[in-house]
Design a protein around this ligand. Structure first.
Ligand code: BG6
Length: 506
């Protein structure tokens, strides 16, 4: 009988006031407040906590508090305990204002002065930009000019920036420059919600807390790596955002590159924010940059057509509301990347992500080289199982190893078998939004899970040649796939060229 391990106990976060810009939006209601609730329920929110919502729409502090209390049960991941809600929403204020208007910041300043007198939040302020990206730089500048984000008398002031962080290399650089002109790097927390996932955080532990994997984690033993972030969801109601963005910008420089860098980075000297982030940026900087022709040859972009996903009919992407009927925006992307360092030279990293695919499945699959099979000449190579280490990120949270075993019987026959570790068999974790650890880490000032400016720019540098090559190619080269399938045939050919094939999307 296995004993389950409960989540470890941590100290409550520092006293602070959380100021959410974009407070009337979806993110606040759907994720941030439920995550704060879970932190409060686990005893991780400080007693001295206050919340200021900032948004354009007219409202009052009472109405905002009622609105949060009403929407919480709808999005909560756990049963609601009214005592916890009361504690969480004990001190809520609302500031109505334009993000570009100085007077908004004067009002926020007044509320903060009042809170800091009455609530003992020690002057600690966490500014959270849950607004559309156009708001990031102007809000950052106003926070700087108004002095609200200036650290003094031992109080910390931090800024949380949601994605997308830029839309290309130039805009990401410009945003970093703006923010770093106002705040120090250690005050800026750039959110990538993939780093809030336990299974993603576990990649570092798997690699570096075990002596078992690291000696074979290199080009001598690994043949190739597949990173899959398949979604069964369609673009849905996000047509106007998505049509201007596409799968590459939406998913690759952020989520897929977080997975890639955790898998491929060198061991950091310490488990500390700067050491880890330096190695992650370093490996992204080692990804081979491609010229136009290489970028086209090593990428596949495609759009979904009519089909059925999980037995539901799905209309083609171009028929989606707010999507241009002639759109050439990709809803699927596959890339073949190489990393130019001694560990990975010559080992292809295949990345794919797309909407309206057969199933939701995020995994990293590491394919080991074939054993020299001289001993088993009788068994054709194709019949040997491939050695894969599969890290299931979601929805199957697991780690599995595929290898060969002797099929019982008088003769030597070989068959593929597997061993799997399922998180749920070992650990008891209450359902969460995925934002709990991230918000908590902002409150305690631990930046390990937050990409640094150099990491963000390294990611966009890799993506930029693809953006440029696709822009120049226009509709030429845009492939198609049936909704509910595993993706376009062209993506299979990308691997077939190297003699490899994708693992099926389950
Ligand atoms: C977001 C993207 O960042 O990540 C969405 O904008 C995508 O398009 C989502 O659906 C995927 O997140 P998850 O956690 O469901 O894999």
């Amino acid at each position: 009988m296995m004993t389950k391990v409960a989540a470890s106990s941590a100290r409550p976060a520092d006293p602070c006031c959380l100021i959410i810009f974009g407070a009337s939006g979806d993110l606040t209601h759907r994720l941030l407040v439920p995550a704060l609730y879970n932190l409060a329920a686990s005893g991780l929110l400080p007693d001295a906590f206050a919340l200021i919502g900032v948004a354009r729409s007219p409202s009052s502090s009472e109405a905002f508090r009622d609105d949060l209390a009403k929407s919480l049960p709808k999005f909560a991941t756990r049963d609601i305990d009214e005592r916890v809600v009361k504690k969480l929403l004990a001190y809520v204020r609302y500031v109505q204002g334009e993000p570009d208007d100085e007077s908004t910041y004067a009002q926020i300043g007044q509320e903060l002065a009042c809170i800091e007198r009455e609530r003992s939040t020690n002057g600690n302020r966490l500014f959270y930009l849950a607004t559309p990206p156009a708001g990031f730089a102007p809000i950052g500048c106003h926070l700087g000019q108004s002095g609200l984000a200036r650290e003094q008398n031992g109080a910390w002031r931090r800024l949380v920036v949601e994605k997308p962080f830029g839309t290309d290399l130039a805009s990401a650089r410009a945003l970093n420059q703006k923010l770093l002109g106002i705040l120090k790097e250690d005050q800026i927390f750039r959110i990538d919600h993939y780093l809030g996932k336990e299974t993603v955080q576990n990649i570092l532990v798997l690699r570096f807390a075990n002596g078992l994997f690291e000696p074979i984690w290199n080009r001598h033993h690994i043949e190739h790596v597949q990173i899959t972030v398949a979604e069964s969801l369609t673009v849905g109601r996000r047509g106007s955002y998505y049509d201007a963005t596409g799968a590459l910008r939406d998913m690759v420089p952020n989520h897929l590159f977080q997975l890639l860098s955790l898998i491929a980075m060198e061991p950091p000297s310490r488990f500390a924010a700067d050491a880890v982030r330096a190695e992650k940026a370093q490996v992204l900087n080692a990804v081979q940059l491609q010229n136009d022709a290489e970028a086209l040859r090593n990428s596949v972009r495609a759009q979904y057509q009519d089909g059925y996903v999980e037995n539901r009919p799905v209309e083609a992407y171009r028929k989606t509301k707010d999507v241009n009927p002639q759109s050439t925006t990709e809803t699927y992307v596959a890339l073949r990347l190489l990393i130019d360092n001694w560990r990975w030279a010559g080992v292809p990293f295949y990345l794919r992500t797309g909407k309206a695919l057969r199933a939701k499945q995020t995994e990293v699959a590491i394919k080991f080289r074939q054993a020299p099979i001289a001993m088993f000449r009788e068994t054709p190579v194709e019949r040997l199982a491939e050695n894969f280490l599969v890290i299931g990120i979601q929805p199957n949270e697991c780690i599995g190893l595929k290898f060969n075993a002797k099929i019982p019987g008088p003769s030597i026959a070989i068959g593929g078998v597997g061993m799997t570790f399922n998180y749920e068999d070992y650990f008891e974790t209450p359902p969460s939004t995925g934002y709990e650890t991230l918000i908590y880490d902002c409150m305690i000032g631990d930046a390990i899970l937050f990409p640094r400016a150099d990491g963000i720019e390294a990611g966009w540098s890799v993506v930029q040649p693809f953006l440029d090559a696709w822009r120049d190619a226009g509709a030429k080269g845009l492939a198609a796939y049936r909704a509910g399938s595993d993706g376009p045939a062209e993506a299979d050919q990308l691997l077939a060229r190297d003699g490899h094939h994708w693992r099926p999307i389950a």
